[in-house]
Unconditional design. Sequence first.
Length: 101
Amino acid sequence: MTVYRKPREAFEPGALRMKSWRTLEANIAQDDKTWAARCKQYWELQERLYGVRLSNFTMLVDNNEGFVSTYCVVLEVLPGERTADHSRVPIAAAGVGSLRQ
């Protein structure tokens, strides 16, 4: 059986998920390729760590407040065991699982 991380909030099909980053960069374009790549990487990581299939993401840049936000919808929760013991999750045990830079 595949083992995934247990999320703080359960993933439910149809639920909207969001992630925001505070940024000090000024005048980020709405189609900035660097931020789009970071958002894509974030959602791909979520799929692998938590065993879900997600929709294509949307990215929103708010230059006035200094935030980059990304949204997607949960399409499917894959079968498998969810555990809080991250050492049992193959991808987490390999040191993958953080986008902190």
